[in-house]
Design a protein around this ligand. Structure first.
Ligand code: DCB
Length: 317
């Protein structure tokens, strides 16, 4: 079991070989939750909710800012919710991932100009902040959206924009919904402190995808599982606990950091909370997924200060 450590202990992160390390050179494990799309579920990307994930052992929070589906592209004011969530996570000594959550806008290049402006602003704002990671494209997907023709050129535009302000770790999505890490690894980016994202859903993806990840790692590519779920790839079905066990054991073996999809109360099996949960949720609001995910956190509760009826997460779940 790992001891809980946050930004104060680990400090600014670096990529060394295929591993994330802290400012003193020790290997880092980030383990936590991803929000759902904050255009729908910003309630659970607020301080009380993020703090509950910390009490359950999380040391990272991923802020999923959808670009499509009513997200940033049509509602840029949503960036204010990103800032608030990032500030909240940092104030809790947790790492925060700013996720440009492309999905229905399959090709990251199609809105690269807007992404550049967004990340210029965010990296300027958080340039001196050791707790922030930048995820420049959630899941490139769709026919013709290849590493060489779309994702790599996009990354080569975005990374220098962020590097103008900070050396922070940058997470780069891969084609095929961030599954083709091996293809990216075969034609890597020429920048430091870059990791490739591997996304998996335990009810859909198994050994074949783990093999792609093994290939990527053995060719020297650092991998970060910035989104994984206990459900099928569409967010429903399951909960697939046996298959999730195999995945988490695999991530542990390679010290791969991870964020679970998702911290919301949507009526779907990948959601960690039951429908109708409040912002300041507790153990009784956890769904089957939430119970599983928090029971498997690599850092378990470290100092729970029970107050009033706030005794969630003590004892076995
Ligand atoms: C990814 C997306 C994420 C999506 C989850 C689960 O998509 F990054 O946004 O979340 O995985 O599908 C789902 C929510 C739903 C919501 C829907 C659309 O859970 O509540 O309605 O997004 O906003 C993936 C991942 C993998 C694959 C396909 C998708 N795959 N996908 O392997 O085929 O189609 O969204």
């Amino acid at each position: 079991m790992k001891t809980w450590k946050g930004v104060r202990e680990y400090g600014a992160l670096k990529v060394s070989g295929t591993t994330l390390i802290g400012s003193s050179g020790e290997a880092v494990m980030l383990d936590g939750m991803s929000s759902h799309g904050i255009q729908w579920y910003s309630k659970f990307a607020r301080k009380k909710s993020i703090e509950m994930t910390k009490k359950a052992g999380a040391n990272v929070f991923r802020v999923a800012m959808y670009t499509g589906e009513g997200g940033y592209l049509t509602n840029p004011k949503i960036a204010e919710d990103v800032i608030r969530a990032v500030d909240d996570a940092l104030s809790l000594d947790m790492y925060a991932i700013i996720d440009w959550h492309i999905l229905t806008d399959n090709d990251p290049l199609s809105n690269a100009g807007k992404a550049e402006a967004f990340f210029a602003g965010m990296s300027r704002r958080y340039g001196n902040e050791p707790g922030v990671l930048y995820e420049i494209c959630n899941e490139p997907n769709g026919p013709g959206v290849t590493w060489t023709s779309c994702v790599k050129p996009y990354a080569e535009r975005l990374i220098p924009v962020i590097r103008a302000n900070t050396d922070a770790v940058i997470l780069v999505g891969c084609p095929n919904w961030s599954q083709d890490v091996d293809i990216a690894a075969a034609d890597p980016l020429d920048f430091d402190n870059i990791m490739y994202t591997l996304h998996f859903y335990a009810g859909t993806h198994g050994e074949k995808l783990r093999d792609k990840c093994r290939r990527a790692i053995s060719s020297g590519a650092p991998v970060f599982a910035s989104e994984w779920g206990v459900s099928r790839a569409n967010g429903t079905g399951g909960v697939f606990t046996k298959e999730s066990d195999a995945w988490l054991d695999f991530l542990d073996r390679y010290n791969i950091s991870r964020c679970n999809w998702n911290l919301s109360d949507k009526d779907e099996t990948s959601a960690a909370l039951l429908p109708g949960s409040p912002e300041g949720w507790g153990e009784k609001h956890l769904s089957l997924s939430g119970r599983y995910v928090f029971a498997r956190m690599s850092c378990r509760p470290f100092e729970i200060v029970p107050k009033n009826n706030d005794s969630h997460f003590q004892g076995p779940m």
